[in-house]
Design a protein around this ligand. Structure first.
Ligand code: IMP
Ligand code: MG
Length: 175
């Protein structure tokens, strides 16, 4: 399938994604039983994942969003821009940050730094995709959907210069 100037091929099917989300939802439900949970989705990429994951989590939770970006074309710029502030009432809350993908980890490091200033009770991370080979500094990711090779992917919320977010499966750049 073609998006702008690049060709993408199937990588993770919608069935596989949905199955994995069910498992993650059950795990999160067990881990947070009896606690108040605040989910914070990182826009734009996580909007579809947040929607499906939240439905798979069977506990009361708040759902909030923040927006950070670092990518231009198919590369991280290393310069993290915050476009939408975190909610400002997170003191004492149990926070689960929901990301579409962790690549260099710089976006997540910045989010964690910003979050910790508010002294939440706990902070955990769930990321649908994780590219371990490109991570720059260690990050504790509590829940990982799929570990993948350092290739550029789109679909299921992830974009190539804004395109491809509404594809219901994950595609990878054709080499
Ligand atoms: P990091 O700061 O390098 O970890 O990059 C994280 C952000 O870059 C993610 O939230 C995505 O928005 C974007 N990103 C990283 N890898 C990909 C990819 O393969 N496809 C699309 N976006 C990506
Ligand atoms: Mg993102």
């Amino acid at each position: 399938m073609k998006l702008l100037d690049k060709e993408f091929v199937p990588f993770i099917s919608k069935e596989k994604i949905q199955q994995r989300i069910k498992e993650l939802g059950q795990q999160i439900t067990n881990d947070y039983k009896g606690k108040d949970l605040t989910i914070i989705g990182v826009l734009n990429g996580s909007f579809i994942f947040v929607s499906d994951l939240a439905k798979a989590i069977d506990i009361n939770c708040d759902i909030e969003f923040t927006k950070y970006s670092s990518y231009v074309n198919t590369q991280s710029t290393g310069k993290i821009v915050r476009h939408l502030d975190l909610p400002s009432n997170l003191k004492g809350q149990h926070i689960l940050i929901v990301e579409d993908i962790i690549d260099t980890g710089q976006t997540m490091q910045k989010i964690l730094k910003d979050l910790k200033q508010q002294e939440p009770a706990s902070v955990k991370i769930v990321s649908l995709l994780f590219k371990p080979e490109t991570l720059l500094e260690p990050i504790d990711i509590s829940y990982i959907g799929f570990e993948i090779d350092p290739k550029f992917v789109v679909g299921y919320g992830l974009d190539y210069n804004g395109k491809g977010r509404n594809i219901d499966e994950i595609l990878v750049l054709k080499d």
